[in-house]
Design a protein around this ligand. Structure first.
Ligand code: MRU
Length: 335
């Protein structure tokens, strides 16, 4: 794998690849306090549903190890509350924190036990990514053209990604694959991150403006659309980066099947439908300016980070438990 791991535990601190600096600079940052971890998640220096869960787990372990500001119980509770408030949509974050809380309670906040649990969350994610890749591999034959959105690759997970996992395995198997990468406004995770990691891996990709998605699908040479997800409701509706719903509608119109690749940690059977998924509202400045330059007048702005795509537009979910039809999702992932 030629893409660097986006996160690593580094003797009492957390080393991350600062994704806000890509693709211009490959900058590594050492996070040494709870607040630095929380800010890294909020500013998207670390992002992607599985990765923010992993980062938060290490954040709790680090806070317990450093034990600044009260009893270890207080420190762990404060860390869970602060990190849990960073980003609301990806359920992986909240799942990881619930696991850390359980270990904290069971062990009286033992820092070693908390670190071991964080490492397990990280390692399990890597395994789940590979299984997702295996579930999706038949969808990427030799010569396949895959369209994705945002970044659901190595940079978003503890392993080879979710939506990009089948692409990596197909490439590994010697199949020729091309990935169509919409830039993914407003923060350009497609252009800055997906194009970067595919180029680093020697996988052909073509970058397009988001506005070209429908026209590109109309050409009738796209094999399938593969997206990630931040939270999947019991009925198969799913939240993912804003623009996914439009992509799904365009895919249906052009008879291109859409598959959602995600680990079980992204499925939230407590959410009956997509309407119950909390959607993160982000700062207006993300769409009123570009490259430090103001590009919009002073007008009201609505900038949700994610949209919800109805299950009716999903051909199947690619999970660590194999390929799952939307109608079967709830019972396959019942708690
Ligand atoms: O705001 P981001 O960059 O964290 O959004 C990420 C996405 O929407 C991904 O598609 C999703 O988290 C799945 S990552 C495997």
């Amino acid at each position: 794998m030629t893409v660097p791991a986006p996160i690593a535990w580094a003797s009492g601190s957390i080393r991350i690849l600062d994704q806000t600096a890509l693709p211009v600079e490959e900058r590594y940052v050492q996070l040494t306090s709870l607040e630095e971890v929380a800010r890294a998640i909020e500013t998207l220096a670390i992002r992607g549903a599985p990765l923010i869960g992993i980062a938060a787990a290490y954040g709790v372990a680090m806070a317990a190890g450093r034990r600044v500001g009260g009893s270890v119980g207080q420190v762990v509770t404060n860390a869970i509350v602060r990190l849990g408030g960073t980003r609301p949509t990806a359920v992986n974050l909240h799942r990881a924190l619930a696991r850390m809380e359980a270990v904290g309670l069971r062990t009286g906040g033992d820092a070693e036990a908390l670190l071991a649990e964080a490492r397990r969350i990280h390692e399990e994610d890597a395994v789940m990514c590979r299984r997702i890749g295996e579930a999706g591999l038949p969808l990427v034959p030799d010569g396949a053209v895959v369209m994705t959105i945002c970044n659901a690759g190595v940079l978003a997970t503890g392993g080879i990604g979710t939506a990009l996992a089948p692409v990596y395995l197909a490439h590994e198997a010697g199949r020729r694959v091309e990935v169509i990468v919409p830039e993914t406004r407003p923060l350009l995770q497609g252009a800055r991150l997906t194009a970067w990691e595919l180029a680093r891996s020697g996988i052909a990709c073509t970058l397009i403006a988001d506005g070209m998605i429908a026209s590109r699908l109309r050409r009738a040479d796209v094999t399938c659309v593969l997206t990630g997800a931040d939270r999947i409701a019991a009925n198969g509706d799913f939240a993912n980066k804003v623009g996914t719903y439009g992509l799904a509608l365009a895919a249906r119109e052009h008879d291109v099947p859409l598959f959602v690749a995600a680990p079980g940690t992204t499925v939230d059977v407590a959410c009956p439908t997509g309407d119950a998924i909390p959607i993160e509202a982000r700062d207006a400045s993300e769409i009123t300016g570009f490259g430090g330059q103001r590009t919009a007048p002073e007008v009201p702005v609505w900038n949700p980070a994610f949209d919800v795509t109805p299950a009716t537009l999903v051909r199947a979910f690619l999970t660590d438990r194999g390929r799952v039809d939307p109608a079967q999702l709830a019972w396959r992932f019942a708690a």
